[in-house]
Design a protein around this ligand. Sequence first.
Ligand code: MGD
Ligand code: MGD
Ligand code: MO
Length: 763
Amino acid sequence: MRPSPTSLAHWGAFSADISGGDIAAVTPPPGDADPSPLLGNLPGSVRHRSRIAGPAVRRGWLRDGPGPSRERGADEYVAVPWDELTELLADELRRVVETHGNEAIYGGSYGWASAGRFHHAQSQVHRFLKMLGGYTSSRHSYSLGATGVIMPRVVGTHDDLFKRSTQWDVIVEHTDMLVCFGGIAMKNTGINHGGTTAHPTRDALRRFRDRGGQIVSVSPLRDDVDGECRWLAPVPGTDVAVMLGLAHVLATEGLADRDFLATYCTGYERFERYLLGHDDGIAKSPQWAAQISGLAADELTALARQMAAARTIVTVSWSLQRIRHGEQAPWMGLTLAAMLGQIGLPGGGFGHGYGSMNEPGLAPLRCRLPALPQGLNPVQTFIPVAAISDMLLHPGESYDFNGMRLTYPDIKCVYWAGGNPFHHHQNIPRLRRALARVDTIVVHDPYWTAMAKHADIVVPSTTAYEREDFSGSRNDPLLVAMHALAEPYAQSRDDYLTYAALAERLGFGEQFTEGRTARQWLVHLYEKWAAGLDFEVPGFDEFWAAGQLRLPTEPGLTLFGDFRADPQTHRLGTPSGRIEIFSEDIDSFGYDDCAGHPRWYEPSEWLGGARAESYPLHLLANQPASRLHSQLDGGALSQASKVQGREPIRMHPDDAAARRLADGDVVRVFNDRGACLAGVVIDDRLRPDVVQLSTGAWFDPADPADPDSMCVHGNPNVLTDDVGTSSLARGCTGAHVLVQVEKFDGPLPRVRAHEPPVIAPRR
Ligand SMILES: Nc1nc2c(c(=O)[nH]1)N[C@H]1C(S)=C(S)[C@@H](COP(=O)(O)OP(=O)(O)OC[C@H]3O[C@@H](n4cnc5c(=O)[nH]c(N)nc54)[C@H](O)[C@@H]3O)O[C@H]1N2
Ligand SMILES: Nc1nc2c(c(=O)[nH]1)N[C@H]1C(S)=C(S)[C@@H](COP(=O)(O)OP(=O)(O)OC[C@H]3O[C@@H](n4cnc5c(=O)[nH]c(N)nc54)[C@H](O)[C@@H]3O)O[C@H]1N2
Ligand SMILES: [Mo]
């Protein structure tokens, strides 16, 4: 073993012991107060059996040429040499462009890939496809599909809600009550895209409580807050009704800050008519909210009064907008905070995503980070990111999005690098049918994910630990040098080299590489960045040898503090320059699923609706505590969480007893869209009738040839509905789904998710 230099993952910096060409052990840096347990998935990941060893082409595609195919996901592969792969792929791209135009390439390629500013998979693929003449792109994210559209319309930004949020130190010092919808899930705070080197949340909450601060967690799961809190467990998906109930108390008991609403907001009166029931005859009172949410009306009344009497911050986790009508929860949370009148005061107001990412609450950098220039996309066509199956199944059809009427393009080639749609997308049976329709699917990934197993052309990428890079994120003070920890596994290659070879063959090699090796790009990006800074940084070699560089950050921020202090100079980027509790623009779109002010809509998947008669359990498909999404599902931490090899499903003791289930049983989780197996964990920290099965178990169909096949491993996206949040944002709604659970008595199918497919040698 030799000790090696440091690297960086989305969940933290580390140094590694290397043995046999793989990571043998990892050690977090001494400066990280609360290192993420996810580091435990790294040992053994470089040479894991699920790695893609070399370029491969699906047998049917090689035999029949490009075209729709239902064999995807069930076919064998043929190993091809790199030169042949480059030739086949370049020819196919040329064919698609010449026959169908660049719009026919879907290069949205959503996903988290890995940390690293240069080798960032999406930056590389987008740069390459732009030089090829462009591609149909995607907008927004699975994380923040609804927020990304609604918040710019009502507060003029969504980025600043996270980047320039009220900082933990300010909350610790000034806040009395932290009322958090969706909790502050410690499991989620390990992570930030690009990498994060310190984890301050646990310590901040400890200091907050030490000062006498109170946490109220509104969440179906008790453990969405670590340690002491007041736990209110509503029926999932009813938070907007709860917020309206609280708002009703403020409005009717003279507790709403009318000066704040008049000075800093617009449209409160229109909203208040709805709140008080002036037009529909339904007062959104605590009693009304209690009937919907299952919480006690008295408790809501008391809570509202306490919130008005204290320095209170209302936080809304990102999970609350990953549901049908997901626009409403952040908008209503903001409205509730506006009524309290504390937005912009230290420790009061609104927060979005505390406990969703290691970003809200952390000081932002005073400078930008180095980044790979990508150029412009000559193709204008885009889709909201979670509309992929809709697009592939309905070419030429038109749809509403954010006040526009758009048309789905006719996609012939799907090009993916750095993401896993079989992890992130809803209704996998539908996704499989959609993917069967295109001519060619190209996937770059280090691992044989389900997406790679549905590809026609499989490109083996290196992992971040087999190449040199640097990385950091905008709310973290360190730029970290990522030294190569191991040699590239088998025939895997950096995506950069793959694109360079393709570009060369397609006639734009020099334009793509600018004549630089990867190492030369690192130096170039660093030096160009350094030249644009208004402070001095060491030269690249010095930075590289030191392993990290500390950058200046902006401490002491309060969200919208500037706006509060001077609403004229610091107008918000909304049409009125203020917080829009009523938005004329949204109202003018006339959508029946998103009105001009926040309001309660019945979710499609919830325990109060008719669908619950057939599927009486509300499944929360939240983020896994044991990994980042589907990444390193084969790692030690993730594997240790499995029950008989299946993803754990947590159930309340009453729900388990009603089905005669015991800890460790394997169950079939199902609804009318699909089914999966999972392993029972009985836990009373859930509201009854709620079950929790996190995302991220690799999709593993019992019969790969059948698109409706059960997943034997526990991927909840075989169950979720592929429907957008509303006509406004069309965001991902995968966090919630109604299901039934029964004991699985059949012979247990083997989990093959992490086995490579059959790969034949090239004859
Ligand atoms: N039901 C349900 N579904 C959800 C959610 C939910 O709450 N419920 N949450 C959603 C959210 S918020 C998100 S962000 C998405 C996440 O969805 P994704 O971001 O698609 O999930 P990941 O597993 O992170 O996929 C990253 C892939 O990139 C690969 N990769 C890593 N490094 C490299 C590289 O250098 N090059 C290449 N080519 N590939 C690389 C990894 O091996 C992995 O396969 O899931 C969404 N899906
Ligand atoms: N360990 C780990 N951390 C992660 C990730 C990961 O994969 N693993 N993914 C990262 C990414 S990309 C993202 S976008 C963020 C996502 O951050 P979030 O979307 O906030 O994360 P979730 O875990 O889906 O949800 C947080 C909690 O919200 C609660 N919740 C769900 N629905 C409701 C509801 O209707 N009402 C209320 N009141 N509460 C509800 C659930 O109990 C859940 O545990 O997490 C990031 N952090
Ligand atoms: Mo996300």
